[in-house]
Design a protein around this ligand. Sequence first.
Ligand code: URA
Length: 258
Amino acid sequence: MELARLLQSQGFGSRAECRALVANGRVSVDGRRCADWAEQFEAAGLVLSVDGVCWRHRRAAYLALHKPFGYECSHRPQHHPSVYSLLPLPLIRRGVEAVGRLDADTSGLLLLSDDGAFVHRYTSPRKRVAKVYELRTRHVVDDAQVAALLAGVTLRDEALAVAAVGCQRLDERRLRLSVTLGRYHLVKRMLAAVGNRVESLHRVAIGGFVLPPELRAGEWMWLEAADLERLAAGGSAATADGLQHGGHAAMEGTPGWS
Ligand code: URA
């Protein structure tokens, strides 16, 4: 593929802007400075360097972001900075979108991609992908509340009962809750429906992919083939050993979580 087109596909601007990047000596391929924007390359496995920053060619972008507390999942945020401000410009320009949304006061795992089918797969309730949250409650969680969350609770303004697919008490005011639906304020409304209240909320896993403890709030990573396989492996992560370490480590950085 032509170098200018390759750069364009990776989010470095319009074709004209990408031609100019090459003409101005700002692009190297596999360590060699390129002067000809029309030079042809095999895209697969190619490592581009733009202004000294290396980018491996990716046909599609799959990302995991550790969303910090106090960020909105919107391109036009109203009250807080946007999660998109945490990503480098080429990723925005190639059109990555959040896979669903987290509230501004929720932290944790947020997936992003420019692959529409992927975004659909992980947002569609019909796919029943488990999203695992750890939360702190205002009041002590009793057995009756855990049983009700698992049996199904009726949310205000919803005709259907919504049940958690997993609910584990971590201590008297902390829960790990798995749900497959995506609804506005779902977890907060489920806890309200059993007479409790969420004080802090952190997403630790989606499907079989657990937020890595080394990915700090505000940081993002590429999802590689093994990560995508884990993600597709389903809700088994909710009980996986990795979650028990990773989930807790990640949650300690969130406000109100000590
Ligand atoms: N449920 C909520 O209430 N908020 C979130 O951000 C995600 C799930």
